[in-house]
Design a protein around this ligand. Structure first.
Ligand code: SAM
Length: 374
C-alpha cells in the first residue's frame, strides 16, 4: 500500500495515498485498501469534543479503518483505560497497528472481527459505529456493547432511504414506511433515532439524544442509553408519525399513526414513521460543548463547529422545520428573504438542516402570513 502522512487534529497517521488509487483523475476513498476520508474531518472534530465531555473509561471504535477516530479520542478527548480498535479488513489491521504505535497510545487492543461480533463480545462505556452507508445492521450491536449509562455514536451516509427517496430501502433498513417530505433532512434523522429507540428497547434501555446533526451527505448522532424497562417504554412513547399536507403544506408530528386528512384544510397527508418525535439535541449537552469549544480552537472546523452548535441550540426548542421554498411554491408566491420571515415571526430560528428552512413556535397560518407579507 502506498502511504502518505496525514495530520488531523493532534494525530499524525499514515493513510493510503490518493494519487496511487485515483482513476482517471478522480479519487474515492473507498477505492483504497484502507478507508480514510478527509471530508469526514468535521464529523471527527465534532466527535472529539463530544467524547471529551463523556469521559468514557473504555471505548470501542468498532470500524476503525486507519484508527484515526480512536487515536484522536485518546490524544484529544480523554485518557481511557482501554480503547478497542476493530475492523474486519486485514489491511486496516496492519495500518492500525502502525498508526496506534506512531501516536504513542498505551492502553489499547486491536481486533479483526465483524463489528457485530466485537460489539457482542466487549462491554464499553462508549461505542462508535462508523460504517459505509447505513448503521442499521449495527445499532442493536452498539446497544449490546454499551454499558448502562453509556453512549453510542453513529454515522449514517445512507441519505436516500432516510430522506425518503428510496422508500423500499427505508422499509428494509429501518422498518419505516416513508414519504418524501419537504423537511426530509430532519425526517431522516428522526427515522434513524426511531430505529435506535426500538433497538435500545429490546435491551430494556431508554435513550436520550445528546448531540445530533446533519451535514452534506451524512448524519452523526450521540445517544445516551439509560437502563430500565420503564425508561425504554418512555422512549417508545416518544415515537410517532411525521405528516405533511399535500394541499396546504402544513406539517406536524403525532403519536397517532392513522391520521388521514389535514387538520387544517382536510387535504390528503403524506406520512412517515415510526420516527422519534422528541428533542434531537440535549440542551445541557450542547451548552457543555459550547463551553469547552475554546479548548479546541486548534481544530480545522473550529469556527464552523461554533456556528453549528449555536444554531443547534437555537433550533432545539422547536419541532419540525418549515421549508419556505416549498410553502412559497404552494402559495405561488415569491419567497421573501429568510431574515424578513424570521423577523416577522419573532419567535423563530434558522435550522442547520436547510438554508431555506425555519423553525418556529408560531402557528402555520402565521408562517404563511409572514412569508406572503412584505
Ligand atoms: N472510522 C473510520 C474513520 O473515521 O476514518 C472510517 C471507517 S470506514 C467508513 C468503515 C470501515 O468499516 C472500513 O474500514 C471497513 O473495513 C469496516 N467494516 C465494514 N463493515 C464491517 C463489519 N461488518 N465489521 C467490521 N468492520 C467493518
Amino acid at each position: 500500500t502506498k502511504l502518505y502522512e496525514v495530520v488531523e487534529g493532534k494525530a499524525k497517521i499514515l493513510a493510503p495515498d490518493p494519487s496511487a488509487y485515483s482513476r482517471e483523475g478522480k479519487y474515492d476513498p473507498s477505492w483504497a485498501p484502507v478507508f480514510y476520508n478527509p471530508k469526514m474531518t468535521f464529523n471527527r472534530d465534532a466527535s472529539v469534543i463530544a467524547v471529551s465531555l463523556l469521559s468514557p473509561k473504555s471505548i470501542l471504535d468498532s470500524m476503525s479503518a486507519t484508527g484515526i477516530r480512536g487515536i484522536r479520542y485518546n490524544l484529544e478527548s480523554v485518557s481511557p483505560d482501554e480503547t478497542i480498535f476493530n475492523d474486519k479488513n486485514p489491511a486496516a489491521i496492519t495500518l492500525l497497528r502502525i498508526n496506534v504505535e506512531r501516536n504513542g497510545l498505551k492502553n489499547y487492543k486491536i481486533t479483526q472481527l465483524d463489528a457485530n461480533v466485537a460489539m457482542h463480545q466487549f462491554k464499553v462505556d462508549f461505542t462508535d459505529v462508523d460504517p459505509f452507508g447505513s448503521p442499521s445492521p449495527f445499532t442493536l450491536g452498539a446497544v449490546a456493547s454499551t454499558r448502562r449509562g453509556g453512549v453510542i455514536a453513529l454515522t449514517a451516509t445512507d441519505l436516500a432511504p432516510l430522506e425518503g427517496s428510496s422508500r423500499a430501502s427505508c422499509f428494509r433498513k429501518y422498518g419505516v414506511r416513508t414519504s418524501k417530505l419537504s423537511y426530509s433532512k430532519e425526517a431522516g434523522l428522526r427515522i434513524l433515532l426511531g430505529k435506535v429507540v426500538r433497538d435500545a428497547a429490546l435491551f430494556e434501555r431508554g435513550v436520550v439524544p445528546l448531540f445530533s446533526f446533519y451535514k452534506e451527505y451524512y448524519y452523526r448522532l450521540f445517544v445516551k442509553l439509560e437502563p430500565g424497562a420503564k425508561r425504554a417504554d418512555k422512549s417508545l412513547q416518544e415515537l410517532g408519525t411525521m405528516y405533511e399536507c399535500t394541499k396546504c403544506g402544513y406539517i406536524f408530528l403525532d403519536t397517532d399513526p392513522c391520521i388521514r386528512s389535514c387538520p387544517l384544510c382536510g387535504g390528503s397527508l403524506l406520512s412517515s414513521g415510526p420516527a422519534w418525535t422528541g428533542s434531537i439535541n440535549d440542551e445541557v449537552f450542547l451548552d457543555k460543548m459550547r463551553s469547552v469549544l475554546e479548548k479546541f480552537s486548534y481544530l480545522k472546523s473550529y469556527s464552523e463547529l461554533s456556528y453549528l452548535l449555536n444554531l443547534l441550540k437555537n433550533e432545539n426548542k422547536y419541532k419540525l422545520y418549515y421549508n419556505l421554498s416549498v410553502i412559497a411554491s404552494k402559495l405561488r408566491t415569491n419567497m421573501r428573504p429568510i431574515h424578513k420571515v424570521l423577523e416577522c415571526l419573532g419567535d423563530a430560528s434558522r435550522t442547520h438542516f436547510n438554508n431555506v428552512g425555519i423553525k418556529t413556535s408560531r402557528e402555520f397560518k402565521e408562517v404563511v402570513e409572514c412569508l406572503k407579507s412584505s
